[in-house]
Write a protein that binds this ligand. Structure first.
Ligand SMILES: Nc1nc2c(c(=O)[nH]1)N[C@@H](CN(C=O)c1ccc(C(=O)N[C@@H](CCC(=O)O)C(=O)O)cc1)CN2
Ligand SMILES: [Mg+2]
Length: 296
Protein backbone atom coordinates (compact mmCIF):
# COMPACT_ATOMS: atom_id res chain seq x y z
CA UNK A 1 0.00 0.00 0.00
CA UNK A 2 1.22 3.48 -0.86
CA UNK A 3 2.29 5.93 1.81
CA UNK A 4 -0.12 8.86 1.99
CA UNK A 5 1.32 12.36 1.48
CA UNK A 6 -0.39 14.47 4.13
CA UNK A 7 -0.81 17.81 2.38
CA UNK A 8 -2.77 19.21 5.30
CA UNK A 9 0.12 18.61 7.72
CA UNK A 10 2.79 19.90 5.31
CA UNK A 11 0.68 23.00 4.62
CA UNK A 12 0.29 23.59 8.36
CA UNK A 13 4.06 23.49 8.84
CA UNK A 14 4.58 25.80 5.87
CA UNK A 15 2.04 28.28 7.27
CA UNK A 16 3.89 28.23 10.61
CA UNK A 17 7.09 29.14 8.76
CA UNK A 18 5.32 31.98 6.91
CA UNK A 19 3.98 33.24 10.26
CA UNK A 20 7.59 33.43 11.53
CA UNK A 21 8.61 35.30 8.39
CA UNK A 22 5.71 37.72 8.85
CA UNK A 23 6.88 38.32 12.42
CA UNK A 24 10.37 39.13 11.15
CA UNK A 25 8.87 41.45 8.55
CA UNK A 26 6.75 43.22 11.15
CA UNK A 27 9.88 43.81 13.24
CA UNK A 28 11.12 45.73 10.18
CA UNK A 29 7.83 47.64 10.03
CA UNK A 30 6.44 45.65 7.10
CA UNK A 31 3.02 43.98 6.96
CA UNK A 32 2.67 41.78 3.87
CA UNK A 33 -0.40 42.92 1.90
CA UNK A 34 -2.48 40.61 -0.30
CA UNK A 35 -5.37 41.77 -2.49
CA UNK A 36 -7.76 39.13 -3.83
CA UNK A 37 -10.28 40.08 -6.51
CA UNK A 38 -13.36 37.86 -6.77
CA UNK A 39 -15.77 38.34 -9.66
CA UNK A 40 -19.16 36.61 -9.52
CA UNK A 41 -20.57 34.14 -7.02
CA UNK A 42 -19.06 30.78 -7.89
CA UNK A 43 -19.62 28.82 -4.65
CA UNK A 44 -16.26 26.98 -4.76
CA UNK A 45 -14.39 30.27 -5.35
CA UNK A 46 -16.27 31.78 -2.39
CA UNK A 47 -14.92 29.00 -0.16
CA UNK A 48 -11.35 29.29 -1.47
CA UNK A 49 -11.32 33.07 -1.06
CA UNK A 50 -12.70 32.84 2.48
CA UNK A 51 -10.06 30.21 3.30
CA UNK A 52 -7.38 32.54 1.91
CA UNK A 53 -8.62 35.41 4.11
CA UNK A 54 -8.65 33.21 7.20
CA UNK A 55 -5.23 31.66 6.57
CA UNK A 56 -3.74 35.09 5.79
CA UNK A 57 -5.01 36.71 8.95
CA UNK A 58 -3.68 33.81 11.09
CA UNK A 59 -0.26 34.11 9.42
CA UNK A 60 0.07 37.88 9.87
CA UNK A 61 -0.67 38.72 6.22
CA UNK A 62 -3.03 41.64 5.65
CA UNK A 63 -5.52 40.29 3.10
CA UNK A 64 -8.37 42.20 1.51
CA UNK A 65 -10.97 40.67 -0.78
CA UNK A 66 -12.53 42.94 -3.38
CA UNK A 67 -15.83 41.51 -4.58
CA UNK A 68 -17.57 42.30 -7.85
CA UNK A 69 -20.79 40.96 -9.27
CA UNK A 70 -20.70 38.68 -12.30
CA UNK A 71 -21.72 41.42 -14.77
CA UNK A 72 -18.85 43.76 -13.84
CA UNK A 73 -17.14 45.31 -16.86
CA UNK A 74 -13.56 44.37 -17.70
CA UNK A 75 -12.55 48.08 -17.56
CA UNK A 76 -13.71 48.26 -13.93
CA UNK A 77 -11.39 45.36 -13.02
CA UNK A 78 -8.49 46.83 -14.99
CA UNK A 79 -8.94 50.16 -13.20
CA UNK A 80 -8.94 48.42 -9.80
CA UNK A 81 -5.81 46.46 -10.73
CA UNK A 82 -4.07 49.72 -11.75
CA UNK A 83 -5.01 51.20 -8.38
CA UNK A 84 -3.65 48.15 -6.51
CA UNK A 85 -0.45 48.18 -8.60
CA UNK A 86 0.16 51.73 -7.35
CA UNK A 87 -0.78 51.02 -3.72
CA UNK A 88 2.43 50.49 -1.70
CA UNK A 89 0.54 48.67 1.07
CA UNK A 90 -0.29 45.90 -1.43
CA UNK A 91 2.52 43.46 -2.18
CA UNK A 92 0.55 40.74 -3.93
CA UNK A 93 -2.49 40.78 -6.23
CA UNK A 94 -4.56 37.92 -7.61
CA UNK A 95 -7.81 37.54 -9.48
CA UNK A 96 -9.59 34.37 -8.44
CA UNK A 97 -10.06 31.98 -11.36
CA UNK A 98 -12.44 31.28 -13.09
CA UNK A 99 -13.74 34.71 -14.12
CA UNK A 100 -17.03 35.21 -16.04
CA UNK A 101 -16.82 34.56 -19.80
CA UNK A 102 -17.03 38.21 -20.93
CA UNK A 103 -13.75 39.00 -19.18
CA UNK A 104 -10.49 38.40 -21.05
CA UNK A 105 -8.41 36.50 -18.49
CA UNK A 106 -5.19 37.14 -20.43
CA UNK A 107 -5.75 40.92 -20.30
CA UNK A 108 -6.28 40.67 -16.54
CA UNK A 109 -3.13 38.59 -16.08
CA UNK A 110 -1.07 41.11 -18.04
CA UNK A 111 -2.51 44.08 -16.15
CA UNK A 112 -1.15 42.89 -12.80
CA UNK A 113 2.34 44.25 -12.18
CA UNK A 114 4.83 41.34 -12.59
CA UNK A 115 6.30 42.43 -9.23
CA UNK A 116 2.93 41.84 -7.49
CA UNK A 117 1.85 38.84 -9.58
CA UNK A 118 1.50 36.40 -6.69
CA UNK A 119 -0.05 33.72 -8.98
CA UNK A 120 2.90 33.88 -11.37
CA UNK A 121 0.55 34.01 -14.38
CA UNK A 122 2.01 37.16 -15.98
CA UNK A 123 3.80 36.24 -19.25
CA UNK A 124 6.95 37.93 -17.93
CA UNK A 125 7.04 35.58 -14.94
CA UNK A 126 6.02 32.52 -16.97
CA UNK A 127 8.77 33.46 -19.45
CA UNK A 128 11.35 33.62 -16.67
CA UNK A 129 10.22 30.22 -15.41
CA UNK A 130 10.35 28.61 -18.86
CA UNK A 131 13.77 30.15 -19.51
CA UNK A 132 14.89 28.77 -16.11
CA UNK A 133 16.15 32.23 -15.11
CA UNK A 134 17.94 32.73 -11.83
CA UNK A 135 16.77 35.21 -9.24
CA UNK A 136 13.45 35.57 -7.54
CA UNK A 137 10.14 35.75 -9.37
CA UNK A 138 6.70 34.44 -8.40
CA UNK A 139 5.75 30.94 -9.56
CA UNK A 140 2.18 29.57 -9.64
CA UNK A 141 1.35 28.37 -6.15
CA UNK A 142 -0.13 24.94 -6.89
CA UNK A 143 2.89 23.59 -8.83
CA UNK A 144 5.25 25.31 -6.42
CA UNK A 145 3.36 23.69 -3.54
CA UNK A 146 3.73 20.31 -5.27
CA UNK A 147 7.51 20.86 -5.48
CA UNK A 148 7.50 21.61 -1.76
CA UNK A 149 5.53 18.42 -1.04
CA UNK A 150 7.90 16.31 -3.14
CA UNK A 151 10.93 17.83 -1.38
CA UNK A 152 9.27 17.21 1.99
CA UNK A 153 8.80 13.53 1.08
CA UNK A 154 12.37 13.21 -0.20
CA UNK A 155 11.25 12.60 -3.80
CA UNK A 156 14.06 13.81 -6.08
CA UNK A 157 13.11 14.61 -9.67
CA UNK A 158 16.58 14.58 -11.25
CA UNK A 159 16.82 11.78 -13.81
CA UNK A 160 13.22 10.70 -13.16
CA UNK A 161 10.50 10.18 -15.72
CA UNK A 162 7.68 12.62 -14.88
CA UNK A 163 4.28 12.54 -16.58
CA UNK A 164 1.97 15.55 -16.15
CA UNK A 165 -1.61 15.36 -17.39
CA UNK A 166 -3.32 18.73 -18.02
CA UNK A 167 -1.70 21.80 -19.57
CA UNK A 168 -3.40 24.69 -17.77
CA UNK A 169 -1.53 27.87 -16.84
CA UNK A 170 -2.60 27.18 -13.24
CA UNK A 171 -0.87 23.81 -12.91
CA UNK A 172 0.35 21.78 -15.90
CA UNK A 173 2.44 24.31 -17.81
CA UNK A 174 4.35 25.75 -14.82
CA UNK A 175 4.70 22.22 -13.39
CA UNK A 176 6.30 21.14 -16.67
CA UNK A 177 8.87 23.95 -16.42
CA UNK A 178 9.60 23.25 -12.74
CA UNK A 179 10.09 19.51 -13.26
CA UNK A 180 12.32 20.14 -16.26
CA UNK A 181 14.37 22.68 -14.28
CA UNK A 182 14.79 19.96 -11.66
CA UNK A 183 16.38 17.76 -14.36
CA UNK A 184 13.49 15.36 -14.87
CA UNK A 185 12.46 14.03 -18.28
CA UNK A 186 8.96 15.43 -18.57
CA UNK A 187 5.92 14.61 -20.73
CA UNK A 188 2.96 17.01 -20.79
CA UNK A 189 -0.24 15.21 -21.77
CA UNK A 190 -3.62 16.76 -22.54
CA UNK A 191 -7.13 16.09 -23.82
CA UNK A 192 -5.88 15.16 -27.31
CA UNK A 193 -3.37 12.61 -26.05
CA UNK A 194 -4.75 9.22 -27.20
CA UNK A 195 -5.79 6.92 -24.33
CA UNK A 196 -3.35 4.19 -25.35
CA UNK A 197 -0.41 6.63 -25.47
CA UNK A 198 -1.37 8.03 -22.04
CA UNK A 199 -1.45 4.49 -20.65
CA UNK A 200 1.94 3.64 -22.18
CA UNK A 201 3.60 6.80 -20.87
CA UNK A 202 2.07 6.30 -17.41
CA UNK A 203 3.40 2.73 -17.29
CA UNK A 204 6.93 4.18 -17.41
CA UNK A 205 6.37 7.17 -15.09
CA UNK A 206 8.21 7.51 -11.78
CA UNK A 207 6.16 10.57 -10.87
CA UNK A 208 2.61 11.27 -12.09
CA UNK A 209 0.89 14.65 -11.67
CA UNK A 210 -2.75 14.82 -12.74
CA UNK A 211 -4.68 18.09 -13.12
CA UNK A 212 -7.54 17.58 -15.57
CA UNK A 213 -10.86 17.82 -13.75
CA UNK A 214 -11.79 14.35 -15.03
CA UNK A 215 -12.70 12.20 -12.05
CA UNK A 216 -10.91 8.86 -11.96
CA UNK A 217 -9.00 9.42 -15.24
CA UNK A 218 -5.91 7.57 -13.96
CA UNK A 219 -6.36 4.13 -12.42
CA UNK A 220 -4.04 1.66 -10.71
CA UNK A 221 -3.81 -0.32 -13.97
CA UNK A 222 -2.10 2.69 -15.62
CA UNK A 223 0.62 3.03 -12.98
CA UNK A 224 4.09 1.61 -12.56
CA UNK A 225 4.55 -0.09 -9.17
CA UNK A 226 5.98 2.34 -6.62
CA UNK A 227 5.20 5.51 -8.60
CA UNK A 228 4.64 8.82 -6.79
CA UNK A 229 1.13 10.02 -7.61
CA UNK A 230 0.11 13.67 -7.15
CA UNK A 231 -3.61 14.28 -7.67
CA UNK A 232 -4.56 17.92 -8.25
CA UNK A 233 -8.17 17.21 -9.25
CA UNK A 234 -11.08 18.32 -7.06
CA UNK A 235 -14.32 16.86 -8.42
CA UNK A 236 -17.55 17.17 -6.47
CA UNK A 237 -19.77 14.12 -6.98
CA UNK A 238 -23.60 14.01 -6.97
CA UNK A 239 -23.58 12.79 -3.33
CA UNK A 240 -21.51 15.85 -2.31
CA UNK A 241 -18.26 13.92 -1.83
CA UNK A 242 -14.95 15.11 -3.34
CA UNK A 243 -12.80 12.88 -5.51
CA UNK A 244 -9.61 13.47 -7.45
CA UNK A 245 -8.58 12.74 -11.04
CA UNK A 246 -6.97 9.51 -9.81
CA UNK A 247 -9.09 6.50 -8.89
CA UNK A 248 -7.70 6.31 -5.37
CA UNK A 249 -8.99 2.80 -4.51
CA UNK A 250 -7.19 1.14 -7.43
CA UNK A 251 -4.11 3.43 -7.37
CA UNK A 252 -3.28 3.17 -3.67
CA UNK A 253 -2.19 -0.52 -3.77
CA UNK A 254 0.14 0.16 -6.76
CA UNK A 255 1.66 3.58 -5.96
CA UNK A 256 4.60 4.16 -3.62
CA UNK A 257 3.40 7.58 -2.48
CA UNK A 258 0.02 9.17 -3.16
CA UNK A 259 -1.84 12.38 -2.29
CA UNK A 260 -5.44 12.09 -1.05
CA UNK A 261 -8.33 14.31 -2.18
CA UNK A 262 -9.24 16.27 -0.15
CA UNK A 263 -6.25 16.98 2.09
CA UNK A 264 -3.49 16.63 -0.51
CA UNK A 265 -2.46 19.34 -2.95
CA UNK A 266 -5.38 21.73 -2.17
CA UNK A 267 -4.15 22.95 1.23
CA UNK A 268 -0.65 23.50 -0.21
CA UNK A 269 -1.99 26.04 -2.72
CA UNK A 270 -3.11 28.46 -0.01
CA UNK A 271 -0.05 27.94 2.22
CA UNK A 272 2.22 28.57 -0.78
CA UNK A 273 0.20 31.68 -1.69
CA UNK A 274 1.02 33.09 1.76
CA UNK A 275 4.68 32.08 1.34
CA UNK A 276 4.88 33.92 -2.00
CA UNK A 277 3.12 36.97 -0.52
CA UNK A 278 5.66 37.19 2.33
CA UNK A 279 8.53 36.84 -0.15
CA UNK A 280 7.15 39.61 -2.38
CA UNK A 281 6.71 41.89 0.66
CA UNK A 282 10.31 41.22 1.72
CA UNK A 283 11.52 41.99 -1.79
CA UNK A 284 9.50 45.21 -2.05
CA UNK A 285 10.74 46.48 1.31
CA UNK A 286 14.37 45.34 1.08
CA UNK A 287 14.09 42.86 3.95
CA UNK A 288 16.14 39.66 3.73
CA UNK A 289 14.25 36.61 4.94
CA UNK A 290 16.05 33.55 6.21
CA UNK A 291 15.74 30.61 3.86
CA UNK A 292 12.87 29.09 5.85
CA UNK A 293 10.90 26.69 3.70
CA UNK A 294 12.40 27.80 0.44
CA UNK A 295 12.61 24.64 -1.66
CA UNK A 296 12.94 26.05 -5.16
N1 LIG B 1 -6.11 33.00 -9.16
C1 LIG B 1 -6.19 31.70 -8.83
N2 LIG B 1 -7.34 31.04 -9.01
C2 LIG B 1 -7.40 29.72 -8.68
C3 LIG B 1 -6.29 29.05 -8.10
C4 LIG B 1 -5.10 29.79 -7.94
O1 LIG B 1 -4.05 29.26 -7.48
N3 LIG B 1 -5.08 31.11 -8.30
N4 LIG B 1 -6.41 27.74 -7.67
C5 LIG B 1 -7.72 27.10 -7.63
C6 LIG B 1 -8.51 27.39 -6.39
N5 LIG B 1 -7.76 27.43 -5.15
C7 LIG B 1 -7.15 28.58 -4.82
O2 LIG B 1 -7.36 29.62 -5.35
C8 LIG B 1 -7.84 26.35 -4.22
C9 LIG B 1 -8.45 25.16 -4.53
C10 LIG B 1 -8.58 24.15 -3.57
C11 LIG B 1 -8.09 24.33 -2.30
C12 LIG B 1 -8.29 23.30 -1.22
O3 LIG B 1 -7.76 23.44 -0.15
N6 LIG B 1 -9.05 22.26 -1.48
C13 LIG B 1 -9.42 21.27 -0.48
C14 LIG B 1 -10.87 20.88 -0.69
C15 LIG B 1 -11.77 22.05 -0.42
C16 LIG B 1 -13.22 21.76 -0.73
O4 LIG B 1 -13.88 21.21 0.12
O5 LIG B 1 -13.68 22.14 -1.83
C17 LIG B 1 -8.55 20.04 -0.61
O6 LIG B 1 -8.15 19.72 -1.73
O7 LIG B 1 -8.29 19.43 0.42
C18 LIG B 1 -7.48 25.51 -1.99
C19 LIG B 1 -7.35 26.51 -2.94
C20 LIG B 1 -8.58 27.60 -8.79
N7 LIG B 1 -8.55 29.03 -8.87
MG1 LIG C 1 3.81 46.56 2.45
Amino acid sequence: MAKLIDGKAIAKALRASVTEQATRLSEAGVVPGLAVILVGDDPASEIYVRNKERAASKAGVNAQTIRYDAETAEETLLAKIAELNADTSVDAILVQSPVPGHIDEHKIQEAISPAKDVDGFHPENIGRLYANREGYYPIANTPRGIMTMLAHEGVKLAGKNVVIIGRSILVGRPMFALAQAADATVSLLHRYTPDNLRHELLQQADVVIVATGVAGLVTGADLKAGATVIDVGINRMADGSLVGDVDFASAEPVAGLITPVPGGVGPMTIATLLQTTAELAALHHGVTLEAGWQTI
